[in-house]
Design a protein around this ligand. Sequence first.
Ligand code: 0X9
Ligand code: ZN
Length: 301
Amino acid sequence: GHRMEWSSYHRLEDIHGYLDYLAETFPDVCSVVSIGNSVEGRPLKVIRISNGKANAPALWIDGGIHAREWISPAAVTYIINHLVENSEDLEADYYILPVANPDGYEYTFTRDRLWRKNRKRSVGSMCIGVDLNRNFGYRWGGLGTSKDPCREIYAGSGPFSEPETNAIRYFFEASAANFKAYLTFHSYGQYILYPWGYDKRVPPDYADLEMIGKQAAASIRKAGGANSVYTVGNSATTLYAASGGSDDWAKAILKIKYAYTIELRDTGKYGFVLPARYITSTAKEALAAVMVVTEACKSLI
Ligand code: 0X9
Ligand code: ZN
């Protein structure tokens, strides 16, 4: 393994090498496990960061579900770095998957910078790829999804048909951790979104999600500057309806209270192709949100 820096975007091998380096260098606070393999056989590496304090809440963080959203794995690795460097202060346990779609991510470096889906071949179609954020098993196949493998929002042949989403499901089934938050980082648009995504309804405790979301947005604004404005709201109302997302599944099936999709920078100037000079400022915003949600989780214990 080896160290990392945040002045450029990194290939999968670099990101995984960094996780291994952390586990080798700080074995008391972190460990790395592979929770499964992608369609093309790449490992899905999760780093667990904990200083062993009893009765700590757990937070799940993932990045890179959508291949082209490079700022997401970059911000998530920055968060990992911060948590490990400040591990003596940690009052929660973190389980972090920085690249949830490793095949798609690599494909954006080698073939098509704007690839979104995974790299699954469909029977009876020339088109490749399932939208992993339509493939989770709650309200699968509803609004904002497609049965056509050629579409960017193709939901797959069934709920959890993809090894990448299935690995996440099995990880949660096997885990005994006390998850209170599920944060999934995407880009772009600068939104803090809470369920539901499947339609414009809201969960019974949506006022809590709105309040903590607003606190996170305020903290982001302080961490950044004039351009660090994030809009908070229900997914389907604020953005669009889209079923089978990981956030809805985490909230409805796993019963994890603070389920958010955070759409990082920018608001459209560069979109998915955000220049690397924005990585650190965007990552600090993501970290500010994680810290606010961590505080909220602590008060649930
Ligand atoms: O469409 C998506 O999957 C997300 N936006 S993105 O531009 N990154 O593709 C938004 C997902 C919001 N959550 C749900 N709809 N459940
Ligand atoms: Zn996305």
